[in-house]
Design a binder for this molecule. Structure first.
Ligand SMILES: [Zn+2]
Length: 417
C-alpha cells in the first residue's frame, strides 16, 4: 500500500518510458501504446456506492492507457482510464487538446472502478455538492491528450491477432437475473513487426469492478488483470468494460474477507481474466493485411431524470442541456481487420449487449461500454421502471436512451456489412 505521494516527475517519466520511439513504414498497420499515472495527488471523494467516501490511501495507482492504430488511411485512438466513467464534457475537453488523431476518432472509456475519484459530481460531501476535484480532472484531461498525441507520433509496423471466447467461470455474475449473463471475452493483441514482441493486449469483458470498498484508491480487479498480462509479456494491457449494467458484477466468495476488503478475490478475478485472455490469444493466427474503418453518430436523448436535470442546473454535473432539454451524446462503430467494435455511452444492461452482439457481423465482436460519455444505465423501455430495475431506472437519463442508441448503432452496423 502506498500513501498519497505521486511525484510529478514520476508521472512525466512514465509517459516517456512507456512509449517506444520508432520510424514508421508507409504501408500496413502501425500502432503504439502507452500509459500514464492519473492518481489524484491528494485525497479524493471516491465514486460509486454512496456520497462522502473520501479516500485515505492509495493501494495501486490509477492509470490511463491508450493504443493508437493507423492503416495509412484511418487513424483511431482507444483510451481507457481507471475511473468510474468519463462524461462527455471531459471527453470533449480531452479531444480538443489532441492534434495527432482525428478528434472524433478518439474513443475514451472508463473501466468503472468504484474505488477511483468522482468524475461526475454525484459522490461529493453532500447530495448537492460536487465531489469532483476539478483542478486534478482538468490536468488529467490535458495529460491524456498529450499521451494520445505522443503515442500517435510513436506508431510503428505491427501485426494483429484477434480472439474471442465465452463461458468463463467465476468471473462475473448477474445479481438481478442470473440466467442473463454474457461471458463473452474479446481480445486484441498487437505485436511489434520487427521484434515479434507484443506491444499491447486489449481485453474486453463485462463486469463491475466493485469488489473493493474500503477508502483505498484502487483500479479493483483490472489492477491484477494488468499485472497478469504485462508480467506474461503481453505488452501494455488495456481493459474496456462491456454491457455490465443491471447488474453484472464480480463473482466472488464474500465469506473470504470483510465486505469491501476482499483483496484476495479481486486479485484472483483479475489474474484469472488475464490468464483467460492470454490463453485465447496465444493460438490466434496473424491477421493478413488488416485495415481500419470508422463511423460515428452524434445524437440527442431526452433527459427524463429530474434529479439529473437538477444536478446539471446546480452545476454539480458539468456540461449543459440542449435548448430542448435533451442531452447530446454519441456512439461509434469501427473495424480493426475483421474485428468489429461498438461503443456504448453508459452502462447498458446485458440483454442490450446480447441483442447488439447478435446483430454484429465481425469476428471477434467488441462492445466498449462506458465510452465517450457516462450516462448511467441504459435499459430497454420494457425494463424501465419495473421493480427489478428500480435502482437502474433511477440512475438513467430515461427510457428513451436505449432505443435511440440501438437505432444509431444498428444503422452503422448495417451500413458497413
Ligand atoms: Zn455501474
Amino acid at each position: 500500500m502506498r500513501l498519497f505521494n505521486v511525484p510529478t516527475a514520476a508521472i512525466a517519466l512514465s509517459i516517456v518510458a512507456s512509449i517506444c520511439t520508432i520510424h514508421s513504414s508507409a504501408d500496413g498497420l502501425r500502432a503504439a501504446a502507452a500509459k500514464i499515472d492519473i492518481t489524484p495527488p491528494r485525497p479524493a471523494y471516491l465514486a460509486g456506492y454512496s456520497i462522502a467516501r473520501k479516500s485515505e490511501a492509495v493501494h495501486d495507482h490509477l492509470s490511463a492507457r491508450c493504443v493508437v492504430l493507423d492503416d495509412g488511411t484511418t487513424r483511431i485512438a482507444l483510451v481507457s482510464c481507471d475511473l468510474i466513467g468519463v462524461p462527455r464534457f471531459n471527453t470533449l475537453l480531452i479531444r480538443k487538446q489532441i492534434s495527432r488523431v482525428p478528434q472524433s476518432q478518439v474513443i475514451i472509456g472508463g473501466t468503472h472502478t468504484h474505488s477511483g475519484p468522482d468524475t461526475l459530481g454525484m459522490w461529493g460531501p453532500t447530495l448537492t455538492v460536487s465531489g469532483v476535484d476539478k483542478p486534478w480532472l482538468e490536468d488529467t484531461c490535458t495529460k491524456i491528450a498529450r499521451m494520445v498525441d505522443a503515442t500517435a507520433d510513436a506508431i510503428k509496423p505491427v501485426t494483429l491477432r484477434l480472439a474471442e471466447t465465452s463461458g468463463l467461470k467465476r468471473i462475473s455474475k448477474n445479481i438481478r437475473l442470473p440466467q442473463i449473463l454474457d461471458t463473452h471475452l474479446s481480445v486484441l493483441q498487437l505485436q511489434d513487426e520487427q521484434t515479434k514482441k507484443p506491444l499491447v493486449t486489449l481485453v474486453n469483458y463485462a463486469c463491475h469492478p466493485e469488489i473493493l470498498n474500503n477508502r483505498q484508491m484502487t483500479a479493483d480487479f483490472p489492477h491484477w488483470l494488468y499485472e497478469a498480462v504485462e508480467a506474461a509479456g503481453g505488452g501494455e494491457c488495456i481493459y474496456f468494460n462491456g454491457a455490465q449494467g443491471g447488474m453484472v458484477t464480480a463473482d466472488f466468495d464474500e465469506s473470504l474477507a470483510p465486505r469491501g476488503a476482499n483483496w484476495v478475490e479481486a486479485e484472483r478475478i483479475g489474474k484469472q481474466l488475464g490468464a483467460a485472455a492470454l490463453k485465447v490469444i496465444a493460438d490466434a493466427p496473424l491477421v493478413t493485411a488488416p485495415t481500419l474503418s470508422f463511423a460515428r453518430q452524434v445524437f440527442s436523448v431526452p433527459l427524463a431524470n429530474r434529479r439529473y436535470r437538477a444536478l446539471i442546473n446546480m452545476k454539480v454535473f458539468s456540461g449543459t442541456l440542449l435548448p430542448d432539454g435533451s442531452v447530446e451524446t454519441e456512439a461509434s462503430w469501427f473495424k480493426i481487420g475483421p474485428a468489429e467494435f461498438v461503443t456504448i455511452p453508459g452502462e447498458a444492461l446485458p440483454n442490450v449487449g446480447i441483442f447488439l452482439r447478435a446483430h454484429m457481423q465481425g469476428s471477434p465482436r467488441f462492445q466498449l461500454g462506458l465510452t465517450n460519455d457516462f450516462l448511467g444505465y441504459i435499459l430497454a423501455p420494457e425494463d424501465f421502471g419495473v421493480d427489478l430495475y428500480g435502482y437502474e431506472s433511477g440512475q438513467s437519463v430515461g427510457p428513451e436512451i436505449e432505443p435511440i442508441l440501438v437505432k444509431n448503432l444498428l444503422q452503422m452496423i448495417d451500413a458497413k456489412r
